[in-house]
Design a protein around this ligand. Structure first.
Ligand code: GLA
Length: 395
């Protein structure tokens, strides 16, 4: 609350009061526990929201102008709701503009707003700072304009903003978990039906620890799109080969993959193998968590990393190093890269008593080899997007 008071103070220094409704909102980043590069193959994922988040404060205006101040980078931008086109400079504003564009396209009327936001989610680290920015913008604009937008609709709207306006062909995972995450639960999402289930993730003995390699994701957009394309080729092959409809790699079984893999170009076969097995790992992982079998869950994380490294080829030397160092530490049940890959973070499942020693050892060893001090974050599954406070009525 004290923090919020400080933010309101800054807000009041930046903008003159319009006398209209105002409020404070937040949306978290996420870490994906298992199920990587499966969402756009209509498969399964199991992310959780993290405690790192974006807080946005806003007040409605009586016109169509939006003013935004980013407190981390100290940059300000103004635009009109009647002229929403992607920017080449200050590209961060595209996430906000894209969301507002999609809200309007969905038929919801908007008025302008004065906004400030502050983020503690590291950028380009695979923890979904972009999805959090989209979701917090959607929530802020919806609440200030007194619109009824349900969390699910909000998640889809934010994803469309990223696909259509920002131009990144991401899947649904990040926006979903930022909207729907809950304290002490991971979110099991079926990315075909869009059904989801909250899976309890609370144990007094184990904790999720994130290691940031501080290597910024390289080549991410081009390689991401390339993987999507390769998966599409594989799905088309199976659709042709098998005597039933294969809409996506989600529909192919492990046995079918084994049987036909030699008929596919070698690289495409490996991509397909990763996706098909990863879908099984997510389902097995959910079962393991239901049975509180953390040992089994950790093993699946290890297999997932191996597959992302060897078959899907989206890891990098620094992520592999973090995983290898982690697996040599006492009390570590599992470790893997998380998010799109090519840099960013690893996610680790560790016995609580060993976390202190883990942090110290990983920091020293990783620094010795790479010259970089990694950041290490401890986080239980956190809450999804929420209203922090709402004051006044729409005039
Ligand atoms: C990024 C995308 C997600 C997902 C992951 C890989 O985070 O935004 O939709 O595809 O990569 O699992």
């Amino acid at each position: 609350m004290q923090d919020l008071n400080k933010l309101w103070k800054i807000f009041n220094e930046k903008y003159t009061d319009t006398g209209l409704i105002k409020g404070a909102f937040s949306a978290p980043g996420r870490v994906n526990l298992i199920g990587e590069h499966t969402d756009y193959n209509e498969g399964f994922v199991l992310p959780m929201a993290i405690e790192k988040k974006i807080i946005m404060l806003g007040q409605l205006r009586n016109d169509r102008l939006v003013q935004v101040f980013d407190l981390v980078y100290k940059t300000k931008i103004k635009f009109s709701l009647d002229a929403l086109t992607p920017l080449k400079k200050d590209t961060w504003a595209n996430y906000l503009m894209g969301v507002m564009d999609e809200i309007q396209k969905a038929g919801h009327p908007l008025q302008g707003a004065n906004l400030i936001f502050r983020s503690d989610i590291p950028q380009k680290a695979g923890l979904s700072s972009s999805a959090a920015l989209e979701v917090v913008t959607a929530l802020t604009m919806a609440k200030l304009n007194l619109l009824e937008i349900k969390p699910l609709e909000m998640a889809h709207l934010c994803r469309r903003a990223e696909n259509n306006f920002v131009g990144v062909a991401c899947g649904i995972m990040d926006q979903y978990v930022s909207c729907l995450g809950q304290k002490n639960y991971a979110l099991f999402i079926d990315c075909r039906s869009n059904d989801y289930e909250l899976i309890p993730f609370k144990d007094h003995n184990f904790q999720i620890v994130i290691c940031n390699s501080k290597v910024q994701r390289r080549l991410i957009d081009s390689e991401y799109n390339k993987r999507r394309e390769e998966c599409k080729i594989a799905a088309e092959f199976f659709n042709h080969k098998l005597k039933r409809e294969i809409r996506a790699l989600r529909d192919v079984t492990i046995d079918e993959c084994k049987k036909y893999q030699r008929q596919l170009p070698e690289v495409i076969a490996r991509r397909a193998k990763h996706v098909i097995l990863e879908n099984y790992r997510v389902q097995a992982g959910v079962q393991a968590l239901r049975e509180e079998n953390f040992l089994a869950f950790g093993q699946l994380m290890v297999e997932s990393h191996q597959s992302l490294k060897e078959d899907y080829e989206v890891s990098c030397a620094e992520l592999d190093l973090l995983v290898n160092l982690a697996l040599k530490q006492k009390g570590v049940l599992g470790a893997r890269m998380t998010g799109a890959g090519f840099g960013g973070c690893t996610v680790n499942l560790i016995e609580k008593n060993y976390i202190g020693a883990f942090k110290e050892s990983i920091k020293n060893k990783y620094k010795k080899i790479t010259g970089i001090i990694p950041d290490i974050y401890l986080t239980p599954p956190a809450e999804g997007a929420k209203v922090l406070e709402l004051k006044g009525d729409k005039a």
